[in-house]
Design a protein around this ligand. Structure first.
Ligand code: SAM
Ligand code: DTB
Ligand code: SF4
Length: 339
């Protein structure tokens, strides 16, 4: 207990299982101890998702509405125009988001589409938002180009333990995912990588997933913990209502304890969590959310609702320092011009 909050890279499976298993109040206390050493406990970072290329994906992820193999009724769409990304980014910024996370239903980005992706990063950065992309696997050249245009974060989830992974996805391996994360990390782009709870995995799988992240040479900067959104027409639709929210909160707390300097994001699945359950997630050390009424293809709480919840909890949204600096600079320029 005296070492809680210390950054380590040598966690054992038994240690993480014991963290997950302990009495709930002890777990919350430990998570708070870790959290308060590295973060303001009353501040939450907000990222808004934009689905820049929806549906028709070649992978067979069994949770996903966007796989071409799942019959979810989702239309395959063309890649979004840069102008539409700008419009959505402006809305996100206006609501107070600090980061725009642009996702595409690709196994990997194609050559033809990539220049537009690079342009999206440039324009979103120019608006003063942090940028995050999630596009699947990347080549070395693509990774370098993303670094050059100044991409801040790349999201690539491991989703679950190496052992359970083949039951969820067969079209690419766990090792492929690790390799992509490693490539991103080495390029200097910050890594965002997390998983999904509620796909039928055991407690041991949850502990293994956390151990994989916690024993990485550098912890991911951000770890999204998703509660499965069971979608009709996917092989995991039958998991609806199967996960106890306390189990989910326990994973958030364990992530906070084993990666005390990481942003732990309360991610998909908030539509099925009560305000009280979400508050326990913040108590467990979650300090980031997806913010805005849509995830990629499914619903997310309205931002007004989140603002009200934050007000009840005395939580403030992390400031958009870059956007504030940009606005200040613009105001100064206007004053100069009118002088
Ligand atoms: N195609 C890219 C990829 O797979 O890396 C990027 C987008 S993909 C939708 C990003 C992540 O969203 C997945 O790795 C998964 O963790 C999460 N996700 C997708 N569908 C979900 C669902 N129904 N419930 C919870 N999380 C989900
Ligand atoms: C992540 O971990 N969760 C986000 C984001 N990264 C790309 C996506 C959640 C998707 C939930 C289901 C949907 O809306 O399709
Ligand atoms: Fe494709 Fe990503 Fe969905 Fe898997 S999670 S099917 S890679 S969009």
């Amino acid at each position: 207990m005296e070492n809680v909050g210390q950054v380590r890279h040598d966690w054992t499976l038994a240690e993480i299982r014991a963290i997950l298993d302990q009495p709930f109040n002890d777990l919350m206390f430990q998570a708070q101890l870790a959290h308060r050493q590295h973060f303001n406990p009353n501040t939450v970072q907000t990222s808004t998702l934009v689905n820049i290329k929806s549906g028709g994906c070649a992978e067979d992820c069994s949770y996903c509405s966007q796989s071409a193999r799942n019959h979810t009724g989702l239309e395959k769409e063309k890649m979004m125009e840069v102008q539409e990304v700008i419009e959505q980014a402006l809305v996100a910024k206006e609501r107070g988001a600090t980061r725009l996370c642009m996702g595409a239903a690709w196994r990997n980005p194609g050559k033809k589409d990539f220049p537009r992706v690079l342009e999206m990063v440039r324009v979103v950065k120019d608006l003063g938002l942090e940028t995050c992309l999630t596009l699947g696997m990347l080549s070395d050249e693509q990774t370098n180009q993303l670094k050059e245009v100044g991409l801040d974060y790349y999201n690539h989830n491991l989703d679950t333990s190496e052992a359970f992974y083949p039951q969820v996805i067969t079209t690419r391996s766990f090792q492929d995912r690790l390799d992509t994360i490693d490539k991103v990390q080495k390029s200097g782009i910050k890594v965002c990588s997390g998983g999904i709870i509620g796909m039928g995995e055991q407690q041991k799988d949850r502990a293994e997933l956390l151990r994989t992240f916690a024993n990485m040479h550098v912890h991911p900067n951000s770890v999204p913990i998703n509660l499965l959104v069971p979608i009709e027409g996917t092989p995991l639709a039958h998991m609806k209502g199967k996960t106890d929210s306390f189990e989910f909160i326990r994973v958030i707390a364990a992530a906070r304890i084993v990666m005390p300097q990481t942003y732990v994001r309360l991610s998909a699945g908030r539509m099925t969590l009560t305000d009280e359950a979400q508050s326990l997630c913040f108590l467990a050390g979650a300090n980031s959310i997806f913010y805005g009424d849509k995830l990629l293809t499914t619903e997310n709480p309205e931002s007004d609702h989140d603002i009200q919840l934050f007000a009840k909890l005395g939580i403030t949204m992390q400031h958009n320092v870059k956007a504030e600096a940009a606005a200040k600079k613009m105001a100064e320029q206007i004053t100069e011009l009118s002088a």
